[in-house]
Structure formats: C-alpha cells, structure tokens
Write a protein that binds this ligand. Structure first.
Ligand SMILES: Cc1cc2nc3c(=O)[nH]c(=O)nc-3n(C[C@H](O)[C@H](O)[C@H](O)COP(=O)(O)OP(=O)(O)OC[C@H]3O[C@@H](n4cnc5c(N)ncnc54)[C@H](O)[C@@H]3O)c2cc1C
Length: 488
C-alpha cells in the first residue's frame, strides 16, 4: 500500500491471502465490478517456483480473466508426459486429443503465475495490501469484522460483507472459525529443487516421472533453461543440495538424463505431504478457498489448479448475490460443488503418490508391468489424460454432453470473459435477459445456458437467477431438466 492510500475500513469481499487462489478470486470479482480488498501478510509476492504445472482446465478459466495468453507466452508447452522406469516409458499420457483449446501442460513457475495475476489485478485498478496480517475474525452483522495488523504494526479493523480465506494450508481464517481440517499426514516427503543443468536434451520439453527402485523422480524443464527435480525422500531428509540432486538423477533418473550435471542450485526445499479437506468450505459469510480448504500430495500437479478452480466457482456466485439480487442460498452450492471435488482429488493424488513410492521389489515390478500393459488398452491413456488435465470435472450426475453440471469447451461459445453464455441451435429469443452472450451452435439441440465458470447451468438455476421458465423439454435419467426459454 502506498502512503497516500487510505486503509480501507469496509469492503464487500475481504480476500485474505494473495496466492494463486486469492488473486484469481480478486481478479474475477474486480472484472465483474465487485468491490474487494486483498490482504497478504508477506511484504512482497514470493519468488519460489512451487507449483510449476498449469492444467488445460485452469487455462480455460484464466483465459476468461485475461491471464492465460501472457502465461502461455512465458511457459513451456509439452503435449503430454510419461511415467517411465529407468530405461523405457511405461505409459505415456498425451494431451493432444483433449477437447480443449489448450491441449498441452503449461510449465511455468508459480512466481511467474503470481506475477501475471498481480499484473492483471493492477490493470483492473486493484492492488494488494501487503504486509497486512489477519489476526481475528468476528461476526458483525451483516458480515464480519476482521482485525488485521498493518505493515506499520498498527491494529486495524476491516468490515466485510463476505470473507474469503485464501490464506494457505495453515489458514488463520479456518482456525478462527473453528473449521476442522481432518485427514492424515502420510509418511511421504518430497525434496524439490530448481537447478541449472548441463545436459538436458534441447529437444526434450516433456516432464518425466521416473519410477526407479530407489524411489520416484520427477524431472522437468522450466522456462529460462532451468530444470525442476522432485524426488520422494525419507522423512527428516534436509533440503537437497546440488550434489544431492546429481545423486538423485544418477540413481533414479531416466537414461537420457544421467549424462548431465547440476551446475547451479537455484532453490531447494522439502515438502511433507498432508492429505486434508476442511469440514466446511462455507461458514456463514466466510469461505475457504485453495490450500486453506484442501491439501494433498504434489503428485500430478493438481494443487494450485484446484485452488484456481475453487475461486472460479465462487466468484460469479458472489457477484450474483452482491450485485444482482440472487438469494444467499446460491452460495451453498460452493461447498456442495467444490468439497466433493477436493475429496476425490485427494483420493486420486494419494493413489498416484502411493504407486510412485512403492518400495517392495515385487510390488514395484507388478506396478510397472500393469502400467505397461494398461498403456496398450484402448482408451486408458486417454481417460488418464482427461483426469490429469481436470477437463472432465463437473458437478452433475450425468456426463452426457451439455447435461447440467458438465463443463463446456470454451471455444464452443467463444468465451473470453465472465459473462454467461447461451448456446442455442436457432436464433435467440429477442427478450433474453442482458448479460448473456448468445452463440448459435449446431452442437446443441436445444438452448443451453453456461455459467461464467464454464459449467452448464440447470434449468432450475437459470429460472432462479434470470426468471426464465424451464419447461421439461428433455428429462434426463438423473431428473435434471434442460433449459427451454420462455418467460415466467
Ligand atoms: C515446495 C512446494 C512445492 C510445491 N509444488 C507444487 C506442484 O508442483 N504442483 C502443485 O499443484 N502444487 C505445488 N505446491 C502447492 C502449491 O504451491 C499450492 O497448492 C498453492 O500455492 C496454493 O495456492 P493458495 O493461493 O491456495 O495458497 P498459498 O499459495 O499458500 O497462498 C496463501 C497466501 O496467504 C497469505 N497468508 C497466510 N496467512 C495469512 C494471514 N493470517 N493474513 C494475511 N495473509 C496470509 C500467505 O502469505 C500467502 O501469500 C507446492 C508447495 C510447496 C511448498
């Protein structure tokens, strides 16, 4: 905060934490015209790599907030990745066939992702209040009073209609509200290092997951001629040195990497895995978003991506409640949609981490044989690619295209911002409410409304928010009705 800026006393949405989840929420709200204040206890944005993999589904949302393009320009774009043993690929997952405008994994360090998010927020006129730490949160009708310590050490109070706890795995917001964070801390630890490396093949842009007898090693190119190495290590192991990284590559790396050597250690850390999901994502007027709500193994590069999707799910709902008169009950769907997704994610990343860190010789051999065999079964690698890329995540019971709760490829409706879309086989009725972008599409046989987070809305929701009647033109197996456009 610069000296001339007045410290805010109230806001519609107080965002605690300016990590990727908090900034995605902040940009989305600002873009939608919702008043928000973002605080972060750190004096400046962190400069560590941490999450390096951005999944296609995340890019689909980041495009709507005008961040995807610059990030893609700065990153590396492999078309897939492989799980390998020391000498051969066991199973290769390709993103090339994905039904997404982004059929690649974007590799970009988290500090760069953060820089792009901060920049976009600035373009929208926002700025993060840095060096400001949340101390306490108490209800104060109709919202909360947040006590914070500002960058001079003074206590301040910000009154907020809604609060988003985007304050990471040790969330103060979660603690102050007494929300449980049950789960486990498996005996899994990972060493993470970013290095300069002499010998990375120039034509190799894909990440390699090597499953060696000594443990797992992920090796990946990073922009700027850097290399990221992640290895499972015994609990209590200190952060890897350059020599340790060389050793790990020699003992666990794929054959094509073992001729190279680390020339500079740029950063290194260890990470003790925790697998936890908050018992509630909504508590009255307060929400948990990102790592504050769920934390899991880094296997699969899902964590930051999931936090960004949480923010995408919440932003438009807050906008409807604060600016468009929607009932507050709309906000219940944030927990209903995102918490089961986090629970499934933990099961998924747990399975991957368990498979990747098997120690028994027999079990490892069996795993490798199964992976190699699965790679030959039609449809298996495609299904796994869809899973890792997150593009199939939805909130309905039916995966039939355009069923309520399913995600729609943003190219179908040319989605470039946070407006609702109406996909219709014919011209749209003239009395459609404002705010809809209409696309005539032969992909649909009847009108389909798509939410700003790319999910097909149920007819009931469209009626509730926009006043259209939803006649049961096509009753699906799950009882959801498709949309028919007639006014009530
Ligand atoms: C070493 C390491 C490697 C990782 N590698 C990967 C990876 O490869 N792939 C992946 O997907 N994920 C990875 N992660 C996890 C990933 O970094 C997180 O999932 C992601 O940062 C979560 O974003 P977030 O915005 O929810 O929380 P955070 O990024 O943790 O941001 C929370 C913010 O809240 C602020 N804050 C906290 N408390 C307060 C308070 N009381 N008041 C004000 N501000 C506060 C913090 O300063 C911070 O800026 C890694 C993490 C670590 C530590």
């Amino acid at each position: 905060m610069n000296n001339k800026q007045e410290f805010p006393k109230s806001t519609d949405v107080l965002i605690v934490g300016a990590g990727p989840a908090g900034m995605t929420l902040a940009i989305s709200l600002k873009q939608l015209g919702v008043d928000c204040v973002v605080i972060d206890r750190l004096p400046s944005a962190p400069d560590d790599t941490r999450a390096a993999f951005v999944q296609p589904r995340t890019l689909e949302y980041l495009r709507r907030i005008h961040v995807a393009g610059p990030m893609i320009d700065d990153g590396i774009k492999p078309r897939g990745f492989a799980f390998a043993d020391l000498e051969r690929d066991l199973i290769r997952l390709s993103y090339e066939g994905l039904d997404s405008p982004y059929p690649f994994l974007l590799i970009i360090p988290q500090w760069q992702t953060q820089r792009h998010l901060d920049q976009r927020f600035g373009e929208l006129g926002g700025s993060v209040l840095r060096g400001v730490r949340l101390l306490d949160l108490v209800p104060e009708f109709p919202g909360s009073a947040a006590t914070v310590v500002d960058s001079t050490g003074a206590l301040r109070v910000i009154n907020a209609r809604f609060v988003a706890g985007c304050d990471g795995v040790r969330s103060r917001v979660r603690d102050r509200l007494g929300i449980g964070f049950p789960g486990s801390s498996p005996e899994q630890m990972f060493g993470v290092a970013d290095v300069r490396f002499d010998g990375w093949p120039a034509d190799r842009v894909e990440t390699a997951f090597t499953l060696s007898p000594d443990g797992m090693l992920i090796s990946s190119p990073l922009p700027g001629d850097m290399v990221r190495v992640v290895a499972s290590v015994p609990p209590g192991t200190p952060a890897p040195t350059g020599h340790d990284v060389d050793q790990l590559i020699q003992t666990r790396g794929p054959g094509w990497l073992r001729n190279g050597t680390v020339t500079e250690l740029l950063s290194s850390a260890t990470w003790h895995v925790q697998e936890r999901v908050a018992t509630q994502f909504r508590h009255g007027n307060t929400f948990l978003v990102g790592d504050a709500a769920h934390t899991h193994s880094p296997a699969g590069g899902q964590g930051m991506n999931t936090g960004i999707q949480d923010a995408a799910n919440l932003a438009w709902k807050l906008h409807h409640v604060l600016c468009l008169g929607a009932p507050e009950s709309l906000l219940d769907s944030y927990d209903a949609e995102r918490r089961p997704n986090a629970q499934q994610l933990i099961e998924f990343t747990h399975q991957i981490a368990t498979l990747a860190t098997l120690t028994g010789q027999k079990e490892r051999q069996m795993r490798d044989d199964i992976l190699a065999a699965l790679s030959q079964v039609p449809g298996v690698t495609e299904a796994l690619s869809v899973r890792f890329s997150q593009i199939a995540i939805g909130y309905g019971d039916s995966s039939e295209p355009f069923a309520p709760g399913t995600r729609v490829n943003p190219d179908i409706m040319g989605a470039e911002d946070l407006t609702w879309s109406l996909l219709t086989p014919d011209a749209a009725p003239p009395d459609l409410p404002t705010g809809f972008k209409v696309t005539v599409s032969k992909d649909v046989s009847q009108p389909v409304a798509v939410r700003p987070d790319g999910i097909v809305a149920s007819a009931e929701l469209v009626h509730e928010l926009f006043g259209f009647n939803a006649a049961p033109v096509a009753v699906q197996g799950n009882g959801h009705r498709r949309l028919q456009l007639t006014h009530s």
